[in-house]
Design a protein around this ligand. Structure first.
Ligand code: SF4
Ligand code: SF4
Length: 203
């Protein structure tokens, strides 16, 4: 993926302090992701193991299902070692197609922190089995989904847009910079900006 090369090159040119600033910006998101992972582990690992992992039939990691934001790549590379990024690049260059996601290895996902869409995905079967009759769990899951939007849904300034902006301003471009190319997201950003401006108190 071209985005991995762009991000790797850019991050490799940053000073320790500059990289440290970016790592600081992503910290609340990383903590959030830890909470989602803990929730999934606690409530879904049994059912996912039984339904999918034991039979190696998981519908979670199909090639069609993966949607990656540019910021997912930035965050993952900020957290990854050189060896881990080498493994991603190697896998991509050896990709021969197929129905599984290119990043799915024998030992699981090759990303240090998988894309947010992957993390937040639950199939209908898992949702119905675990959340269907449990109002408390369902409300906890919905709360996590709302919190996810605070990082990814640009009806306000959000981390995922901000990270993309860093690279966009530095002259880089990628088809997965959705916050700068998707007409829907651009419309949403522009509406939100107008609303914020109209609420700015006069001096
Ligand atoms: S969420 Fe659904 S498809 Fe994915 S591993 Fe769990 S049971 Fe399987
Ligand atoms: S990136 Fe990882 S978690 Fe997401 S679909 Fe691919 S292997 Fe699965």
């Amino acid at each position: 993926m071209q985005a991995i090369r762009i991000v790797r090159g850019y991050l490799g040119g940053l000073s320790r302090a500059e990289a440290g600033q970016l790592k600081k910006r992503i910290k609340p998101y990383i903590l959030f992701r830890g909470e989602v992972a803990a929730f999934q582990e606690l409530h879904f690992s049994d059912i996912c193991t039984e339904k999918c992992f034991a039979g190696k039939t998981s519908a979670c990691c199909g090639r069609e299902g993966i949607a990656t934001f540019f910021a997912d790549v930035v965050i993952n590379l900020l957290l990854s070692s050189d060896d881990e990024v080498d493994a991603l690049e190697q896998t991509l260059s050896n990709d021969r197609g197929g129905f599984k996601c290119v990043y799915l290895s024998e030992t699981g996902c090759l990303w240090r922190l998988k894309p947010v869409v992957c993390e937040m995905f639950l199939c209908d079967f898992a949702k119905e089995s675990v959340l269907g009759k449990n109002d408390v769990l369902r409300s906890q899951w919905e709360k996590l989904r709302r919190r996810e939007k605070r990082y990814t849904w640009p009806d306000r300034p959000v981390l995922f847009d901000m990270l993309e902006e860093v690279f966009f301003r530095a002259g880089y471009d990628s088809p997965i910079m959705y916050f700068h190319h998707s007409p829907g997201l651009l419309r949403l950003k522009s509406r939100a900006q107008k609303t914020r401006l109209s609420f700015t108190p006069e001096e």
